[in-house]
Design a binder for this molecule. Structure first.
Ligand SMILES: *Cc1c(COP(=O)(O)O)cnc(C)c1O
Length: 396
């Protein structure tokens, strides 16, 4: 079989000097470990803020709930989108004022609504009549954002089918909210995470415009659009940058709303934190399962249950670097647990230099989002993915 030299564009993800410093730093760290560059998250936050100067940012805490990440974003002026009373407890513990919080989860128990209201939260997102009625009883007078359904087309990690309702239902909920003494405040949507088709915002914004107009005819003035998350991070497949996303999205809004610009909210998760984390892992074993198999099986000490759940259906393709030179083997990558689902990539073939050996460290880039917060507690006895903040002299 003809082989090519192993190639990986390391400098797309880290400066070569920084990589040397990183290697030094991790040489005696136990693996797997997630290392987070908080200063880089700060830069990403500022970049997003500059690209959307008129929008308020509500960081989606679930992407990376580390206290130090939340604290830093608070100091930069961020607000927070939270989804459970446990995230609320964390925000309150960190001293974040409830007027900087939005309860963005449409799936909530009455007792959750009461808990949020009792702790001062006054912004709620809904997509159903039962939930709206519960909010009117337990969080009277609150601001309501109505979540519309989007298709999730074009997203590497679509999540929208579960959330939101069609405009016909939402229209009715807006009128009902007014009657129930709530403040029908705006429309929210999420076009799907790692959304690579900017045009998806165009469709959703057009639906917002339709609902703004329909509500206005009934004497209700909606004021806000929540543009959701979905902004990109740098995985194997390149995307446009946040500035390009912003320019296009703002143009869509201007086309529909002209001088009557609504207030805007963003709820970034992935795009703020993914590029700012790296998982350092170790090769446990490399095997060929029969003499004539084309592919090597490579087992890492991190897998689906240890933080890489977004490899389900090979949806998110993390950039994976083997720090050796040699000819490239095509590999199947799997995690360390005794569950046959714990295979990372089988259809999409990653490359590994043929000089790689068990015991080598492996560098998995763009792992700052949806990794540690997703890792299992005790499956096969493996502890959840450990995370550390990188010392300031090493930058991703
Ligand atoms: C998860 C989530 C986000 C963040 O999405 P990203 O694609 O990671 O930016 C934003 N809003 C809501 C309601 C979410 O559930």
């Amino acid at each position: 079989m003809y082989k090519e030299p192993y190639h990986f564009s390391l400098q797309r993800f880290i400066e070569p000097e920084q990589f040397e410093a990183l290697k030094d730093y991790v040489s005696d760290l136990p693996t797997p470990v997630l290392l987070i560059d908080v200063e880089k998250i700060r830069q990403k936050y500022r970049e997003l803020n500059q690209s959307f100067p008129m929008a308020q940012i509500y960081y989606a805490v679930k992407a990376n709930p580390q206290d130090s990440v939340v604290n830093m974003l608070e100091s930069e002026g961020s607000n927070f989108d939270i989804a459970s009373r446990y995230e609320l407890d964390q925000m309150l513990r960190l001293g974040i004022s409830p007027d900087r919080l939005s309860y963005g989860n449409t799936i909530k128990k009455p007792s959750d609504i009461k808990y949020f209201y009792d702790h001062g939260v006054r912004m709620f997102v809904t997509d159903s009549e039962n939930d709206l009625k519960n909010i009117s009883l337990l969080a009277p007078g609150s601001r309501i954002l109505f979540r519309i359904l989007t298709e999730g087309t074009g997203a590497d990690w679509p999540l929208s089918r579960k959330f939101g309702s069609h405009s016909d239902v939402i229209y009715y909920l807006i009128l009902q909210a007014q009657q129930l003494g709530l403040q029908p405040y705006g429309i929210s949507f999420h076009v799907g995470s790692q959304q690579r088709d900017i045009g998806q915002w165009d469709d959703a914004i057009a639906r917002c415009k339709y609902l703004f107009d329909a509500a206005w005819e009934e004497g209700i003035e909606l004021k806000m659009i929540n543009l959701g998350g979905g902004f990109p991070a740098s995985y194997v497949d390149p995307t446009y940058g946040v500035a390009e996303y912003a320019a296009e999205i703002l143009r869509f809004i201007e086309e529909d709303f002209g001088d009557n610009m609504p207030q805007l909210i963003l709820e970034p998760g992935r795009s703020l934190v993914a590029d700012c984390g790296i998982i350092v892992s170790e090769i446990i074993n490399i095997t060929r399962k029969s003499k004539n198999n084309l592919y090597l099986w490579v087992y890492l000490d991190v897998g689906k249950f240890g933080g890489m759940i977004e490899t389900i259906d090979e949806s998110i393709k993390f950039p994976i670097y083997f720090d050796r030179e040699g000819m490239a083997d095509e590999i199947i990558l799997a995690g360390p647990t005794c569950d046959s689902m714990d295979i990372l990539y089988e259809n999409y073939k990653y490359h590994m230099p043929d000089t790689a050996m068990p015991g080598d460290k492996v560098y998995i880039f763009t792992t700052g989002a949806y990794t540690q917060s997703y890792s299992s507690v005790n499956f096969n006895g493996f502890p959840p993915l450990r995370a550390e903040i990188l010392p300031k002299h090493i930058r991703l």
